[in-house]
Design a protein around this ligand. Sequence first.
Ligand code: PMP
Length: 360
Amino acid sequence: MKTWKDHIRKVVPYVPGEQPQGDHVIKLNTNENPYPPAPGVRRVLREMGADQFRKYPDPSAGLLTRALADRYHLPAEQIFVGVGSDDVLGMAFLTFFNSKKPILFPDITYSFYPVWADLFGILYETPALDEEFRLRREDYKRDNGGIVLANPNAPTGLCVPLTQVEDIVRWNQDVVVIVDEAYIDFGGQSARALIDRYENLLVVQTFSKSRSMAGMRIGYAMGSRALISALEDVKYSYNSYTMNAPSIILGAEAVKDEAYFRETVEKIVRTREAAKERFRQMGFSCTDSRTNFLFVSHERVSAKEIFEALKRAGIYVRYFAVPRLEDYLRITIGTDEEMEELYRFLEKELPKMGAERAEH
Ligand code: PMP
């Protein structure tokens, strides 16, 4: 009897949203940006030859780090870049959560957090959000090994004001507090404003949503020199070359175009606010999302039934078959045209649906 199987690390992996192939789908299930990356990114990509692939990339991703440092008025030593914010967050879990006490994050939040915790053997507790999915600050004022907050939160879309984030960070100065701001550009104030005052605060952002570059895989963290240097040490103990050459060059290019960034973010916010209204008119309740997605529940028809009907029609949204979330759908904000197609479908089909629920 071979024993190698007994020594395999057993994990329950994170399940990413589906990536259906083909042109005939409306893809509103993984919070991608419906608009293309900045024109400069498209131009530099066209001009980029394959010669640079011969050499290893700059392990410090200096060009990209400096572009971010200029953009956010920070020294480059206060920025760490990685392969999407998933890479940055995973590295941060591995680096900062190494005590015997449990880390804390809400019961409803980004479902990757418990996966990293399990993978790295980190204890965790998940204080429940209240009935309206609001964070209870008192839950984070007790002995712990670290804190992770997605702000705005996913999949609820709700944003905690900066004063409340600061209150939690101030109370927890003996541990590292990670604020995952994947969606912050669509509303809410970044905790970046606090990093000079709190050496224990790490703010993580991404190019995947507001910069339309999910496929390029770029994320970054901002924090004190001490935190960033600890992250670098762990990164160089694992893989020196996380960032490939095109990511470094194209990422730096994306950061330069502030006007395009603002224009596309504002467009998405406008579409989102109009969408909230349309969904309410169709009998959905809708959280006050500050992100590029809506979190909705229908008064009569189950989320699962709507999810399946949409999918048959080639419209992909996200449905989570887990307690507390099974009545909800998370719907990424698409272009106005895509959203119109979604409304057309729902307005036509919803009245015919819901028989299943009515029988109970
Ligand atoms: N944090 C949150 C809250 C997210 O929803 C996502 C997207 N799945 C991520 C982090 C990771 O995004 P990325 O790795 O593309 O930067």
